[in-house]
Design a protein around this ligand. Structure first.
Ligand SMILES: NC(=O)c1ccc[n+]([C@@H]2O[C@H](COP(=O)([O-])OP(=O)(O)OC[C@H]3O[C@@H](n4cnc5c(N)ncnc54)[C@H](OP(=O)(O)O)[C@@H]3O)[C@@H](O)[C@H]2O)c1
Length: 242
């Protein structure tokens, strides 16, 4: 599978080096060994092939400001933010309103929406003004309002819907200045990672391995059958309803 030659990728930043993030690094490097792939995560991950890895608390805004200054010299043609939260010891997806609490919702918004917003805010000066560039956020189809037929999972759904709005909004603002920048919010499809692990046997969905998902995402963002102004995409490259 070929990366779109018109993008002439040189520097790539992958934010979040979990199951899908790590697989994206490996797939990109195997497709294009010349690429400089940088990683950013809250904790150090033992991933080969990275030109450099940066680690700080992604929920601390001052750290982003500092990071942006540290990498002053770097311009990225492709940024993929994979950061996302569904469950931990304390918070599980809510089945009903009575399961909701403000801390769970706030934390979901911070991670699933806030980190992506900070990435856009502090990395915009690291995006080339006049050459093709992509900013891609991993979202979820569960964040689609139009597609919601089952309810539940309040905090995750709400924070991914907010992420989708962030990407749409930023595409309007940045589109005025960056003539060849495209922003995409992509649903990776159910993938076997620690995020989905407790829930995959409850679904009839086809569960992909991270490598398969990474390949699909790269194909979708560079060879999407959707038009250039479609923003919310499925892993197949088809547009999804907001
Ligand atoms: N897997 C699926 O079936 C599926 C389906 C739909 C959408 N998605 C989306 O795809 C993206 C990647 O998920 P994944 O499946 O690769 O899950 P994952 O392995 O759990 O990766 C999630 C990433 O988010 C990071 N993260 C979580 N909380 C954070 C925090 N407070 N601060 C900084 N980083 C934080 C994790 O960091 P650590 O590695 O340090 O924990 C990890 O890099 C997510 O946005 C998820 O919502 C996944």
């Amino acid at each position: 599978m070929e990366i779109d030659k018109t993008h002439k990728l040189k520097n790539v930043l992958i934010i979040g080096l979990g199951g899908i993030g790590e697989a994206i690094v490996k797939v990109l490097k195997s497709e294009n060994p010349q690429l400089n792939i940088y990683g950013l995560a809250r904790q150090n991950k033992d991933i080969p092939f990275l030109a450099d890895q940066f680690n700080f608390n992604l929920l601390e805004e001052a750290k982003w400001d500092n990071f942006s200054q540290t990498i002053n010299h770097l311009q990225f043609d492709l940024i993929i933010c994979t950061v996302g939260f569904l469950h931990n010891e304390e918070f599980k997806p809510e089945k009903k309103l009575d399961d909701m609490n403000l801390e769970h919702l706030t934390y979901s918004l911070q991670v699933n929406t806030g980190v992506h917003a900070l990435a856009l805010k502090y990395l915009q000066r690291h995006i080339p003004l006049n050459s093709p560039a992509l900013f891609v956020s991993l979202t979820a189809k569960l964040g689609s309002i139009a597609d919601n037929r089952m309810g539940g999972w309040y905090s995750y759904r709400m924070s991914k819907a907010a992420l989708n709005m962030l990407i749409k909004n930023a595409s309007i603002e940045l589109g005025r200045k960056y003539k060849k920048l495209r922003l995409i919010a992509i649903h990776p499809g159910t993938t076997d990672t620690q995020l989905s692990a407790p829930y995959t046997d409850q679904t009839n969905l086809n569960v992909k391995e991270p490598k398969e998902t990474a390949l699909a995402i790269i194909k979708a963002i560079f060879h999407s059958p959707a038009s250039e102004d479609e923003i919310f995409l499925n892993w197949t490259g088809e547009p999804l309803p907001w």
